[in-house]
Write a protein that binds this ligand. Structure first.
Ligand code: HEC
Length: 142
């Protein structure tokens, strides 16, 4: 059955540690709680781990509700001749996944969500994306 993905950005209204993935019949809800823009690991744990798993291997608690399994994010470098695909990652974060299999993509488009987290600082979105990218680089397997 088609599951709809709902990402709720509540930056500023939630305290840390309140992010969770909640699964109802047809909807996967990821609560995008508040995180520090300079903490890639915290952003990963809050926004990505529900699907991609804390270890990045794709077995997060919400993964089973998706039509398409989230890919293993620890092999991005390995699958790219040992080089971390930083610009690919930024594109996926900004515009969404380039490989939606059938129908709509199963991966939220993060750019607009990260962009609403601090309206007084338009640069923050870029900072968040590059810190997320840097964190992912640290969990790559050789
Ligand atoms: C609702 C579940 C979900 C969440 C939350 C999620 N992803 Fe994904 N992600 C997926 C799925 C499913 C795919 C593969 C299917 C697709 O491309 O649409 C994917 C694909 C990707 C890809 C593409 C991998 C490749 O080889 O091209 C990257 C990179 C990625 N996600 C990173 C992230 C990051 C970083 C976050 C957190 C900011 C995140 N994802 C949050 C479900 C999710």
């Amino acid at each position: 059955m088609l599951k709809e993905i709902l990402v709720i950005a509540m930056a500023g209204t939630l305290t840390l540690g309140t992010a969770f993935a909640e699964q109802t019949k047809d909807t996967v809800t990821i609560h995008a709680g508040k995180t520090a823009a300079n903490n890639g690991q915290e952003m990963y744990a809050t926004y990505c781990a529900p699907c991609h798993g804390v270890d990045g291997k794709g077995h997060g608690p919400a993964a089973s509700a998706l039509r398409l399994l989230p890919p293993d994010l620890t092999v991005l470098s390995k699958n790219n001749n040992g080089k971390f695909p930083g610009s690919h990652l930024m594109t996926v974060l900004q515009f969404g996944s380039e490989m939606p299999s059938h129908g709509s993509a199963q991966m939220p488009i993060w750019g607009p969500i990260l962009g609403t987290m601090n309206r007084t600082n338009p640069q923050e979105k870029q900072l968040r994306m590059s810190n997320l990218s840097r964190y992912l680089e640290t969990i790559q397997i050789k």
